[in-house]
Design a protein around this ligand. Structure first.
Ligand SMILES: [Zn+2]
Ligand SMILES: [Zn+2]
Length: 144
């Protein structure tokens, strides 16, 4: 009986890199009249799970219903804060696409009427504050 020593053969195995595996969120999002698949990619299952909980949750989905924007939020107040960043406040600040309050009212579906009313109130306060602070600094508002 001769024992043949086992030798590793020279062929190397191809290693599948873990980065090639991607997890995709396949949840359907309702944005206005369209429905879309979320399609967000994640590398780790725990990231997908967290996304499911924070973004989709067991609650209603809060998705920006403005054209060209698909940001989603876990809470209604986060979404109304987000709408605020879309509102043109006349100061040219912020990165998001801006619309006037009237345009937002016409772009948003009827179930967002509450959000529009809150935006209107907030804009009123914002402008009043801006006027007051201008006056305190002794500036004339918007002199060209
Ligand atoms: Zn998702
Ligand atoms: Zn948005």
């Amino acid at each position: 009986m001769r024992s043949v020593p086992k030798r590793a053969k020279g062929n190397s195995r191809a290693v599948i890199s873990p980065a090639a595996k991607r997890l995709t969120c396949a949840l359907v999002i309702h944005a206005g009249t369209e429905t879309k698949i979320c399609n967000k990619d994640f590398l780790r299952p725990e990231h997908l799970n967290r996304h499911m909980l924070t973004v989709h949750g067991e609650h209603k989905e809060w998705i920006c219903k403005l054209p060209g924007c698909q940001r989603c939020f876990s809470r209604a107040d986060n979404l109304s804060d987000h709408y605020w960043t879309h509102l043109d406040k006349g100061d040219g600040r912020g990165r998001n696409v801006k619309w006037s309050l009237e345009e937002l009212k016409s772009l948003l579906p009827p179930d967002e009427v509450g959000a529009c009313i809150r935006l209107g109130k907030r804009l009123h306060q914002y402008r009043a504050l801006a006027r007051n602070s201008d006056r305190r600094r002794g500036r004339k508002s918007r002199s060209r």
